[in-house]
Design a protein around this ligand. Sequence first.
Ligand code: XMP
Length: 512
Amino acid sequence: RLLIIDFGSQVTQLIARRLRELNVYCEIHPFNMVTAEFLAEFAPKAVILSGGPASVIDEGSPRPPAEVFELGVPILGICYGQQVMMEMLGGKVERGDGTAEFGRAYVTPSQPLDLLNGWFDTGREQVWMSHGDHVAKIAPGFEVYATSPGAPFAVIADAARHFYAVQFHPEVHHTPNGRTLYKAFTQLAGFKGDWTMEAYRAEAVKKIREQVGDRKVICALSGGVDSSVAAVLLHEAIGENLTCVFVDHGLLRLNEAEEVVAMFRDHMNLRVIHAQEQDLFLGALEGVSDPEVKRKTIGKLFIDVFQRYAGEIEGAEFLAQGTLYPDVIESVSFSGGPSVTIKSHHNVGGLPEKMGLKLVEPLRELFKDEVRELGRELGLPPHFIGRHPFPGPGLAIRCPGEITREKLDILRKADAVYIDQIRKHGLYDEIWQAFVAILPVRTVGVMGDGRTYDFACALRAVTSVDGMTADYYPFSHDFLGETATRIINEVRGINRVTYDITSKPPGTIEWE
Ligand code: XMP
């Protein structure tokens, strides 16, 4: 495996993405966790030193342990990583004179180098530079292999020791041939590119068995991709010793609870407890219209309910969670030291401590699209794996204002028609998330000879990569018109349909 030592660059995760795409297994660890002992234990086959915002000239700026250069394995330094290598191996780094180089540049070769196999077919390569300081003198043993007009040391190497250092970021999109560079690096380090999902699955099953043995595990199954894949993987590893609790809070979509339970119980043969607690949740939400109060009410009840059901499973010692890699990477922050970011809805409200349970998190090493791939590998149906994200508080936050059973019923039907339209037009996979929100207003309409006074609803559809920013989806007017007609004809209780064309920011994806 390959070790990426993180010095806090915004794009360190992209290095891991590029390597995983090449079927090379790697892990990111923050520089301050990487000690000489850690290195000995990890035994990397190659090391990458990431970029970072610090200046190597500053006292106390981050460094890898000197032992990294004695491992006898190939090392690639990127940007700050390059400067750290020079500083530690006897070169010299100078402070930028305030004119940081940032953006597109073109490098040309000075002499051939194994790292640059597949580069320069057209004479030069576009790269993305982003740095303040620069190397002034290269370390003994190093030579220059490529330059750009602004960077005399764009690519340098001590070819005998397989130490490579580049001034630009090969992992970003704006270095179009960066993948080739990573491929060359991993190949010369002896990686065969044979890390596959099939291998991961076998390895993960083995690890779960080692951790859990013949003890019992409980899992909160939400029907979302992460918890579903985690559950199926655990089931493969420990079979009947896994019990899933599916909490039905009455805020799910049309037929969702039945479909999820049937799939896991009947199709995948998992033990699933269907906690039918609609009355409890909807009762507690009566009269509540503040979005944050809704979230807190649902979150707290969820924990109570889960605890109650889980308490009945005798001898359970582990709680399974579908935590993903981006949630656990310790990001290096220079304001307050390394921090662990865990999305609050992944970490079920401190449940493990409260219940004295140990955690089992079989997806900790995977990115979202890898989880989907693992899900396919485990036999989950493709339509299920490709489902849009659905928030924990469910329809509660798609029903602005007070929630009533009447409104929820109307909302479910309208949402089902809308999603059906999107699927029929082949648009589902182009959209990050699509749903209907029922508005807390009634409007006047005419139908046939009569006057109606019914609810208005808003359709929402956005494209996004991570849910942090989003654009509204540009449906055709024909699509919108047809969908509005269908909703009004097929769903009693709605007589007006609007389309939300707000992007995020300034809007959010959900209405609450
Ligand atoms: P917003 O509305 O903040 O949503 O733009 C971004 C993404 O997060 C989801 N979301 C939630 N998920 N609990 C969740 O589990 C919540 O309280 C919650 N609020 C928003 C939302 O569906 C979108 O994917």
